[in-house]
Design a protein around this ligand. Structure first.
Ligand SMILES: C[S@@+](CC[C@H](N)C(=O)[O-])C[C@H]1O[C@@H](n2cnc3c(N)ncnc32)[C@H](O)[C@@H]1O
Length: 239
């Protein structure tokens, strides 16, 4: 039985309700000030608050997407303030052909930082040697207007991550039956990947609209009895 728990609310209010070490790995794509939307307008103190809670809740691994601009600050928080161990920086290479109008390079990657809380963490070596590198090549989810876009790759969210990229990370950093937390679930990509890989998932998302989209993507409530769906509206989650 796989359990999917979706909580609509501000993760700064919801995370304190989750028990110590109740989650195997945090794998998340937080807002990081790249000017994509209103919810993207955050400061480094916001990172400090949610990362501190995640460290308490998680058993071993924290993996977070971030812009290269914030790597230094996030490493300072995680290593110096929270005592997490930095393991690796992954690069998600989403290179696309595009025109760059500025006197600078066009950034064709996102950074994913990998921290651990203990040396006893899950790391399933990829079966395929070519997948062992820290440079991950996955095409960005394209606008729905593009021809030939299949339902599996529909774009539901401005910063939606490819499901295959999330599955790649989840396979390496957890085992079947483990529980993954994503405090910034967006359109539900992490949860969809967990469902496809038999992992439990706890997702938090502040926007009701995005929660509705996530539930639609996950066919919320319909399963053959092997998935338990729990939805809590407006931070109404009790541990
Ligand atoms: C970068 S997006 C995640 C996109 C996701 N990876 C996907 O594939 O759809 C970050 C999400 O965090 C949500 N968010 C922003 N602040 C939040 C908060 N305080 N608590 C919970 N969610 C928040 C935003 O609404 C947004 O959907």
């Amino acid at each position: 039985m796989i359990r999917l728990t979706l909580i609509q609310g501000d993760c700064l209010k919801v995370l304190p309700k989750l028990s110590d070490e109740s989650i195997d790995a945090v794998i998340t794509d937080p807002p990081y000030n790249i000017g994509k939307a209103d919810w993207d307008n955050v400061n480094i103190d916001f990172f400090r608050k949610w990362l501190k809670e995640c460290k308490r809740i998680v058993k071993h691994t924290i993996l977070l997407f971030c812009s290269h601009i914030f790597v230094k600050d996030i490493r300072n928080i995680c290593e110096d303030e929270l005592g997490l161990k930095y393991k690796m920086m992954l690069i998600w290479d989403f290179r696309e052909k595009c025109f760059t109008p500025n006197y600078n390079y066009k950034c064709g990657f996102d950074t994913i930082l990998f921290f651990v809380k203990t040396d006893d963490y899950t790391f399933n070596r990829p079966y395929d040697y070519s997948q062992c590198w820290n440079i991950l090549k996955f095409t960005r989810v394209q606008s729905n207007r593009k021809e030939g876009n299949k339902a599996a790759n529909m774009k539901y969210h401005p910063t939606q991550k490819p499901t295959d990229l999330m599955k790649h990370l989840i396979k390496i950093h957890s085992n079947e039956g483990d529980t993954i937390l994503d405090p910034f679930l967006g359109s539900g990509t992490t949860m969809k990947a967990c469902l496809e890989l038999n992992r439990n998932c706890v997702g938090i998302e502040i926007s009701k609209e995005h929660c509705d989209i996530a539930r639609k993507r996950l066919n919320w409530g319909s399963s053959l009895g092997n998935v338990q769906f729990n939805y809590y509206a407006k931070e109404g989650y009790k541990c």
